[in-house]
Ligand binder design. Structure first.
Ligand code: ADP
Ligand code: MG
Length: 706
């Protein structure tokens, strides 16, 4: 544990000390080289080897001075995690010494063996090589831990034939697509100054902390990240005393070190608080451009885990570690900004900026309605199935929260009542026609909307806590790019701009406003209402992912050059496979825990009770309550035994299915319910057996002891 004294090392000094940021590059690179890098970051130029040589040398000197011995191309394979292969800087000389070297070529390009990463059939085994290329839009950083200090270079990962094998390449391409179409719209609106547009993201990360001692005694937590058994304790979260409560000292110590580690890497950790469930917390950084935000979020997750361990705890990132207790998500705050600092979802001060705001916001409404299934699929994982559309809220329906005033404004436009005064204020002029005045502060207080407009950004709340946010943002960017391209087509041809702007907003909103919903998204009434509106409600991953195989979606990604048909197919395959593997592990752990831990201990306990009962009966000649208890436990244990055998049968059947879709379906339809059946018996036994006779720490230890 290393508690930094901020009086000796002020935060402002500490911040970014392990980040090769633009500030560091400005200081360490010749002026012309730094300018080149800025141009490469802005997408105006390609990186040349000459420039890379100079940057590599500066990066090496900086890293060595900070104690680094190794460097790695740090990338996002399709596992959803990050991967790294460390190389030391050493280059032996002929006379037995070493030089510390790092060339421009090594900076730009690495060649990890790709054969052990999922490729969904894209990479023939004879061509195992993969290539990594430096992503200049996300800064290099130093990772410090027990293994030492390593220079990490954020990288894109592609196959020998140029197909994306990671989550970064499509993300970068989606930002290009978004930029291209948004700039077309901006130009048509008369903006001549913005050169590039990019999405900005600030992800709020939820997680649980549990004491390491209890964690280590739970095979399910260790192997699957969630409890596959566990009965609810007498106290759950019904007291609502945890949310925003005072942070316990042990947790505060952890948070302090977490912040310190993140700040050093140049990650602007800003907000932290207790979440709704016991032992659940949240951390949110200040938003940045999306590539940096995606990388930072991977580091946030990794650092939560490593710092927790140093504090004798384990960080749980799983979406539903505890049944019956609130799950963890990741609120993906998403906006679109120009390189000259305009937030396109910022309601403006004047008619021009209002028109822009309404147009871009309408584009999001249309995109979210048209691509609801795709957006839903971006949050589809086995773990997130426990949150979305399960017994507990939120449902898996995609809808947008706008708040009363903004909805009224759009409704007025859709119904041709542009000039009308609204409750919220006067009208202002937009060229010849007029638009109502925009209220500044609309925010979603009930927090039940999966896609809420919160003042100057949209908050996509379906994303799971353990997911990489690369895919959700890739899909959002592409969906927005498509609608903006259609808006741009109309605007570029328009003879009367103002009328065209009006009619685009009017037609688009009229057609797609069914996706706007301001009420309680967790109510049963909404589920019925959404069905009436024809909004999809896809409750499981296997069905949700199938949208990726649709022709219109394949065409969408192909049109915007984000995924080829091959890449799309491979991803669909990989996600299904991942789903099947996850459930396969969980089922295996369930069988193991039932058979090797629960059954033997409770059987022995029941036998002990029966012996006691017999002894007592011999003495008192009456039947003792132990007998009833022994019988009840023995019955449940017998059911547990039978259900475990059934689970094993359906699991083996599922494992033998060749077709990946059919296999994933079997895991969903057959294996999951069979697991639940085992769990019900296990949880009932936990409630009946003596505490000492239960082989694992229970929810009371996991959730309330820290
Ligand atoms: P709340 O809990 O009310 O949703 P938080 O402060 O916890 O708010 O988180 C809001 C997140 O939204 C922060 O990460 C913040 O940086 C981010 N954010 C703010 N403005 C933007 C923007 N324009 N684009 C993307 N993210 C943004
Ligand atoms: Mg928050």
């Amino acid at each position: 544990m290393s508690i930094v004294d901020f009086t000796k090392t002020p935060v402002a000094e500490l911040y970014g000390s392990n980040c090769f940021s633009n500030a560091v590059m400005r200081e360490r690179l010749p002026k012309n080289i730094y300018k080149e890098i800025l141009a490469v970051q802005a997408g105006e130029k390609a990186l040349t080897l000459g420039v890379a040589e100079v940057v590599a040398a500066a990066m090496r000197d900086w890293a060595l001075a900070k104690g680094a011995s190794h460097y790695t191309h740090w990338f996002h394979p399709l596992t959803g995690l990050t991967a790294e292969k460390h190389d030391s800087f050493i280059a032996p000389t002929s006379d037995g010494r070493v030089l510390m070297e790092f060339s421009g070529k090594e900076l730009i390009k690495g060649e990890p063996d790709a054969s052990s990463f999922p490729s969904g059939g894209l990479r023939a085994t004879f061509e195992a090589r993969g290539y990594t290329a430096w992503d200049v839009t996300s800064p290099a950083f130093l990772k410090q831990d027990q293994t030492g200090t390593t220079l990490c270079i954020p990288t894109a990962f592609i196959s020998y034939y140029g197909q994306a094998l990671d989550k970064k390449v499509p993300l970068l391409k989606s930002i290009d697509a978004l930029s291209k179409q948004a700039i077309r719209v901006l130009r048509a609106l008369g903006n001549e100054t913005s050169k590039r547009v990019y999405s900005t993201v600030g992800p709020e990360q939820e997680y649980f902390l549990v004491d390491k001692e209890f964690y280590d005694a739970r095979p399910d937590l260790i192997l699957t990240g969630r409890t596959v058994f566990g009965s609810m304790p007498a106290k759950g979260q019904e007291m609502e005393d945890h949310y925003f409560g005072a942070i316990k000292e042990r947790v505060a110590g952890f948070m302090r070190e977490l912040n310190t580690e993140l700040w050093k890497m140049g990650i602007a950790a800003k907000t932290q608080h207790n979440e709704v469930a016991p032992n659940q917390f949240e951390i949110a950084p200040v938003f940045t451009n999306t590539t940096a935000a995606v990388d930072a979020n991977q580091l946030v997750m990794e650092t939560i885990k490593s710092v927790a361990r140093r504090h004798g705890m384990e960080g749980l990132l799983h979406e539903k570690p505890f049944a019956g207790v609130n799950g963890s998500g990741k609120h993906n705050n998403w906006s679109i900004a120009t390189d000259d600092g305009i937030n396109l979802f910022d309601p403006g001060e004047n008619p021009e900026s209002n028109a822009r705001f309404l147009l871009f916001t309408a584009a999001v409404v249309e995109a979210v309605d048209r691509y609801a299934l795709l957006i839903r699929a971006s949050a589809a994982t086995a773990a997130n199935d426990h949150r979305l559309g399960a017994n507990e809220a939120p449902p898996a329906i995609i809808s947008i929260f706008f708040g009363g005033p903004l909805t009224e404004i759009f409704d007025n436009i859709a119904e041709g009542k542009n000039g009308a005064h609204t409750d919220t204020g006067t009208t202002i002029k937009l060229g010849v026609t007029s638009l109502p005045n925009l209220p500044k502060d609309v925010s979603d207080r009930n927090r039940t909307s999966p896609f809420a407009f919160t003042g100057n950004k949209f908050e996509f709340r379906m994303v799971g806590s353990s997911q990489s946010i690369a895919t959700p943002n890739t899909y959002l960017n592409v969906a927005a790019a498509q609608v903006l391209s259609e808006f741009a087509d109309k605007l570029e041809k328009a003879s009367n701009k103002n009328e065209t702007i009006q009619s685009i907003i009017k037609d688009s909103y009229f057609k797609h406003r069914r996706v706007v919903f301001n009420g309680n998204g967790y109510s049963d009434e909404w589920v019925r209402e959404a069905e009436r509106r024809g909004l999809p409600n896809v409750r499981n991953t296997v069905d949700a992912l199938s949208v990726l195989a649709r022709n219109e979606i394949i065409t969408l990604f192909d049109t915007h050059k984000v995924f080829s048909k091959d890449e799309m197919e491979s991803r669909y395959h990989i996600y299904l496979e991942k789903y099947a593997k996850q459930i396969n592990i969980e089922a295996g752990v369930t069988i193991d825990m039932a058979r090797r831990y629960i059954f033997p201990t409770v059987s022995a306990y029941a036998a002990g009770l029966a012996r006691d009962a017999a002894d007592l009966a011999a003495i008192h000649a009456v039947s003792a309550p132990q007998e009833k208890r022994a019988k009840r436990i023995a019955d449940l244990a017998s059911e547990l035994y039978d259900e475990t055998a059934k689970l094993e049968t359906v699991l083996t059947d599922a494992q033998n299915i060749e077709d990946i879709f059919a296999q994933a379906k079997a895991y969903f339809e057959k294996v999951r319910p069979a697991m639940d059946a085992v769990r019900i018996r296990g949880d009932a036994l936990e409630k009946l057996a003596a505490k000492e006779a239960w082989p694992f720490p229970g929810y009371e230890e996991l959730l309330f002891k820290l």
